[in-house]
Structure formats: C-alpha cells, structure tokens
Design a protein around this ligand. Sequence first.
Ligand code: ZN
Length: 403
Amino acid sequence: MHELMVRERDGTTERLPARPGASVGSVLLSARIPPPSVVVIADGSPVSADHRIDPDRSYEARLLEGYDLDRIRSAFDPVGDDAAHVDRRLTFGETGGLDSSTTARSLDDHQAAVEARLLDTIRHFDLISEGESLVLGASGGLDSSALLRGLAAIRDDLPTFDLTAVTVADFIPVEDARSSADIAEMVESLGFDHRFVESETIADTYGLTDTPTAAMRALEATDHAPTLGSLAPNVNQRMLERVAEEVGADAILTGVHTTELLGGILNEWFTGATVRRQSIPEHSLGPYAYRYPLVFLSKRELFLYRYGKTGQTLRDRTENPWDWLADEQSFHYYLADMLQALWPGVEHWVVESHNARVAAVDHPPTDRCDNCGKVKPAPDFDSTGRCPVCSAFDSVGLLVDSD
Ligand SMILES: [Zn+2]
C-alpha cells in the first residue's frame, strides 16, 4: 500500500494509506477530508482529486482549512459489527463543540426505537389530539405501511383517534402489495378503516374523458413527461382531500420520510420555490391540515422496521413509469441522502431553521383549482385558474371541457 502524507495547518502530519490506482479524492474522502479545501502535491506539482495514485511518486496533501478531524472521525468509530442498525447523531453542544451519540441496535431493539421516535415526534409536535379523525394515504408502499404499523403499535400511548386509510386506484406501487385487497386486509388487521378510491372517482373529480391511467400515458408522449413524477402525487393528494371532506377528517397524515423532507427543502433552497414554505411536520393548505409523523425516520430505518415486523424483504419492482423521480428531484434526494451520511442528524436542525424561516415570511394565499378543486398556493395556477395537473390534462384535450 502506498501512502499520502497529509499536513495539517498546525504542521502535524498524518499518513493515509493510498492504494495504487485509487483517485486522490477517494483517498481523502475515505479519511473524511473534504477535497475542495486540500491541495495535493505529487513530486512538486499539484494534482487534481481525479489523479490516480502512482506507486512511483510521493504525495503530500496540505489542508487549507483547519478542521478538528479527529473529533469528527471519532464520532464515526465503527461499533457493533453484528448490529442490524447503528443509530448515530451529531449535534453542536452549547459551547459550539461537537456532541455525538452512537447506538448499535439489533432488529428487535430497532423496532422499539422506531416506535419510540414516532411517538416522540407525534407528542413533541402535537400531531394527534384527543378525538381526532384522520385520513392516511395507504399506497401499500414501504412508507405508508410502516406508518400504519407504527401507529397501530403505539396506539395505546396516543390520544384516542379514528383513522381511515385511503388507497387510490392506479397509484399502487407493486413493491409492497399486489392489490388493493391486500392493502385493505393489512389495514383492517391493524384495526383501522380502509377506503378504496376507484378510477371512476378520479375521472369524475378531474372531468376526464378517459381513465386516469390513459391520461398519464397520453402525457408521457408530451413535454409534460418530466413532470409526471410530481403530477401523480398531486392527483393522489387531491383524492385524499376529497375523502377527508367526505369523512369530516381533521387532518391528512402522509408517510414523508427524512430524505423526502430534506430533498423538498433543498429544492426550495435551490429554486426559491414557495412549495414548502410551510412548517414541518404539520402545516395547513387551505382547509386541510397535513401532518408528517415520519420525518425523523429514514427509508432504511423504515425498511428494517417492516422487515422486523413482517419478514418482508425487497421485491423486484414493476413500477408505473410516472413513479420514477424526475431527474432534478432524484438529484435532490441523492444530495439529501449524502448529507445524512456525512452528518447524521442534520435533519433536526434543518427542520428547526426551516420552521424559523417560515415563521418570518408571509405565506402566499391559497386558491382552489377551477376544474378539480385542488387547493394550492395561488402562484401555482395558470391564467385560466387551473392547477398544473388540470393544465396538463387540458393540454392533451383530456378534459370534458377542454377547449
Ligand atoms: Zn386542478
């Protein structure tokens, strides 16, 4: 093994093992050193982070910033080789120092920890009040199934509530349940009510001249194709709102997890969009209250939770094409996942700072779509008063009252 000598600003040095052929950047990153603040000199000349280690040359890296690398690395000391999950969290102490906690958990311990965090989130943010009636979108996917199972498990520790889980036709990912009957059975076995929203109800809500699936397929062949990943959830949301009106629900629960939360906030940072200029994990949209009890749980934690509960592993997915994330959204999710890997627990201060910013700005007014009735921030509507979904359906002549 070759080596790369790292010289810190105080003159101390460290030798990093460097496999010949490995890039300089990967050697630095594996030692948790960020390449943008390092210059690497090979035999007197600077080389890029892409340079591959040559065993015949000698390398010296100089840190241009002064970090407490030892403290950061110690927070990532590996623990519990046999654990199913390691729960790690880095926070700033009151004096600005770094506090870290690391807990290695078995599958059983992990299930208890997930339920404890769900209970903490619901209690801390007052997400369920005595006697409330709630609607939950149950696609049969990992997130909503984990939320249903979690709520059932901690039900005795929560205020009394009624819950109707809603499955919307045509938007069932095949990963977790093969049919709406499977979902209904799972929901009812957990002691909750289940409702299925038929394709006809969607077509009726939107005034479609064809089935919703046919409408999505028609849009695939148009300029709207890249936006289908966000149109489908909008349709789903509208149908949840419709059921919420019918059953007189106080709030809609969704299975938004940490990566979705961070990805959405990154999108807002990058684009200045007002989409999420709303508090987390509860906000209102017109007459509807949306609540996100899973925002402090990652996809991996949810997967392990379900696996522990049911033994269900991953299935090959045969998804609808519109279930794929649009490029931009997938990049936001990637960055959100990497942020969590680099700094476990980052979501806790992101939520706090987000809520502080939200409290300081004026919210755009909301309005209802003239066609489907979806409530959205007013700037989202086109000049004819239609929401982006209805506007897209209209562009391919699929609305009953298309021009
Ligand atoms: Zn609409």
